[in-house]
Design a protein around this ligand. Structure first.
Ligand code: ADP
Ligand code: MG
Length: 216
């Protein structure tokens, strides 16, 4: 049986702060990955964006989880110029809308919110798995979360399998040829490099795992 854990506004703030910390720590690595097949700004984009999210959330102590995710998404859209800002921005806004106005959410609602995030990235960017984008990390993570929910996995086990699936998806982008975004301009020369957006997406899921593991 799944343990009924309740996540709340603090979970969302802690998750965004975890993302900000790991993106800051890996900023140069993300820049290097993007320099190989893009324009080298991915680490700078996300670092700026999630620092702004952290700041925005620190002035909103009373929001519901849904409202805080929507605020986070809006902040990313307004502070990140690259493709990743609007994509993750709309993803977090849709995830927030999926959570509604309740003060808490459970694992099933978290899975719905992450599925809404994936759907919004695909609606906006039109990428499918195999196109060498963030979708290649997020789609397997959402599938793993659904599988965990169906077998009654604990929150820790569900999120660990999601993070592992995202990292496997991230590594699987190396031999792919990019079909969406800036890297697609390189054609076959995009082969042999790990996608920066899939890499940061795996970090975002790992940050969620660390956050939920700390939920009482
Ligand atoms: P930009 O490409 O505008 O410089 P970033 O460097 O911040 O933006 O982000 C690049 C990442 O965005 C890519 O590595 C890829 O994962 C993701 N990306 C680009 N276009 C798309 C798309 N259409 N759908 C999904 N993800 C995309
Ligand atoms: Mg870039």
């Amino acid at each position: 049986m799944a343990v009924a854990i309740a996540m709340d506004a603090q979970t969302v703030t802690a998750w965004m702060n975890e993302i900000a910390a790991s993106v800051r720590a890996e900023r140069d690595y993300l820049v290097q990955l993007d320099a190989a097949i893009g324009d080298g700004d991915h680490g700078i984009n996300l670092n700026r964006g999630f620092d702004a999210v952290t700041l925005a959330l620190s002035t909103e102590p009373d929001g519901t989880p849904g409202k805080l995710l929507i605020l986070s998404g809006k902040t990313l859209v307004s502070t990140v110029g690259g493709a990743s800002g609007p994509l993750w921005g709309s993803a977090l806004r849709k995830a927030g809308r999926a959570l509604g106005d309740e003060p808490t959410f459970d694992l099933a609602q978290l899975v719905d919110a992450m599925a809404a995030a994936l759907a919004s990235i695909q609606d906006l960017g039109a990428a499918v798995p195999g196109d060498k984008t963030m979708v290649d990390a997020l789609e397997p993570a959402v599938t793993a979360m659904r599988g965990g929910l169906a077998r009654g996995a604990s929150s820790g086990e569900m999120l660990r399998s999601a993070a592992e699936a995202a990292e496997a998806g991230m590594r699987a982008t190396i031999p792919m040829q990019a079909r969406k975004g800036r890297a697609s301009y390189l054609g076959e020369r995009s082969i042999g490099h790990q996608d920066p957006g899939a890499t940061s997406t795996a970090m975002i899921i790992r940050a969620l795992e660390r956050t939920v593991a700390g939920t009482p």
